[in-house]
Design a binder for this molecule. Structure first.
Ligand SMILES: NC(=O)C1=CN([C@@H]2O[C@H](COP(=O)(O)OP(=O)(O)OC[C@H]3O[C@@H](n4cnc5c(N)ncnc54)[C@H](OP(=O)(O)O)[C@@H]3O)[C@@H](O)[C@H]2O)C=CC1
Ligand SMILES: CC(=O)[C@@H](O)[C@H](O)COP(=O)(O)O
Ligand SMILES: [Mn+2]
Length: 382
């Protein structure tokens, strides 16, 4: 029987690569819903190609624009309610969460409540409300399968291993666009410079997060929730080649690693086919030709966003929510050319400093902390 798949964020980097994976095995998948924000022409093209039951777009204005061009029989919805319907109202048994930012939280929870298996790329959802998402998935018996490359790597290394035998996780970081520059050289860097990731082609927000190392910070918190490990057993190392996607060290000192050329279709496909492996279109890794693999200690002074993520993760409660929300707004302001690159970390630092953490927050308390942090980050002036 075909897997009925919903793709939330279908027009983005992960969304389009998911549709590429799905389109290579038409006997295995049926796309039942697609959700996007603003790229209406791309969404229309996807709707004609995959013929889903339902499509959702960011606003009523955009919905009005595409309505008459949709294939007959495709239901059109929009906005936040549309996202929920795409996640939980189209009969998907498998939901790929590839939205950008914590706006993905409600639709992920809706998909879990509907009993769908989750392919999770949207790390901000776990950062902002990890205890709620993981508990809800466990209560509902819903698998949360990682798509993020590092977490897929760890998940693959852990396959069949007893979790009690893990000594630590080692998450690799490329170092991002400015890894060869000192902090003193970052004052005047441009948006264009920051968007040049050395190894991966990704959406704008995560590419900036890689450059500030906030991405690795988000990933540390994501790993804490996915693998249920304390922060002092999660390490980060610089690995400029992005070939070792992450590692697990076990109590007997054995280290398992997952390697491959950087291509997100591999972890996306693994999340879709798990527990099976299938052939993939990625270029096979040839270690004889890939050159030296380097590993360096992480410098927390060079990358304060990573330090702050560890601090927020350890503080728990609403602190990671604030870290994430302030960072989302700061990155949007940088991409909008309102603030400098280095102001991103100043904004995150000041939001965290002003925040009094609430332990074990419910969804309302998370929304409140998120809103306050966004307001402070939007109003921040040098
Ligand atoms: N790209 C990558 O290689 C990796 C990404 N991730 C994570 O995956 C997630 C997605 O990243 P990526 O694909 O790069 O991001 P993109 O910016 O490329 O895509 C984001 C998607 O979300 C949609 N979207 C944004 N806002 C809304 C909204 N209000 N309503 C509905 N849809 C919306 C966008 O629609 P539209 O563009 O039409 O507005 C787009 O389809 C992030 O959490 C990221 O950290 C993790 C590992 C690797
Ligand atoms: C592909 C992927 O998973 C990204 O999160 C990637 O890891 C970004 O690279 P760095 O954050 O290591 O620069
Ligand atoms: Mn990653």
């Amino acid at each position: 029987m075909k897997k009925k798949v919903a793709v939330l964020g279908s027009t983005g980097s992960i969304g389009t690569q998911t549709l590429d994976v799905v389109s290579r095995d038409p006997d295995a998948y049926e796309v039942v819903s697609l959700a996007a924000g603003t790229r209406h022409e791309q969404l229309l093209e996807q709707a004609h190609r995959f013929r889903p039951k339902l499509v959702s777009i960011g606003s009523k204005t955009l919905a009005d624009k595409i309505r008459s061009d949709l294939p007959a029989g495709t239901k059109l919805v929009w906005g936040n309610e549309g996202l929920i319907e795409a996640a939980a109202g189209a009969g998907a048994g498998y939901v790929v969460c590839a939205l950008m930012g914590s706006l993905g939280l409600k639709s992920t929870l809706a998909a879990i409540d509907a009993g769908a298996t989750i392919g999770l790329a949207n790390k901000e959802t776990l950062v902002t409300a990890g205890h709620i998402v993981t508990r809800r998935a466990a209560d509902r018996g819903v698998p949360l399968l990682p798509i993020d490359s590092e977490h897929s790597a760890i998940f693959q290394c852990l396959n069949g291993e007893d979790r009690g035998t893990i000594r630590r996780l080692v998450i690799t970081a490329s170092g991002g666009s400015f890894r060869d520059r000192a902090r003193s050289e970052l004052a005047g860097v441009t948006v264009e410079d920051a968007l040049k990731h050395p190894n991966w082609s990704m959406g704008a927000k995560i590419t900036i997060d890689s450059a500030t190392m906030a991405n690795k910070g988000l990933e540390v918190i994501e790993a804490h929730w996915l693998f249920d490990l304390p922060y002092d057993r999660i390490d980060v190392v610089l690995h400029p080649e992005s070939i070792v996607h992450s590692m697990v060290e076990f109590v007997d000192t054995s280290v398992m690693a997952q390697l491959g050329n950087p291509d997100m279709r591999v972890p996306i496909q693994y999340a879709l086919t798990y527990p099976e492996r299938r052939p993939s279109p990625a270029t096979p890794l040839d270690l004889l030709r890939s050159g030296t693999l380097r590993f360096k200690e992480m410098d927390f002074e060079r990358y304060p966003c990573l330090r702050m993520a560890f601090e927020a993760g350890r503080a728990g409660g609403t602190a990671p929510t604030v870290f994430n929300a302030a960072n989302e707004v700061a990155v949007a302001r940088f991409l909008n050319r309102e603030i400098s690159f280095l102001a991103i970390e100043e904004i995150v630092e000041s939001a965290l400093a002003a925040h009094a953490t609430t332990a074990e927050p419910d969804l309302e308390e998370i929304a409140f902390a998120d809103g306050l942090a966004r307001e402070a980050a939007a109003g921040w002036r040098k």
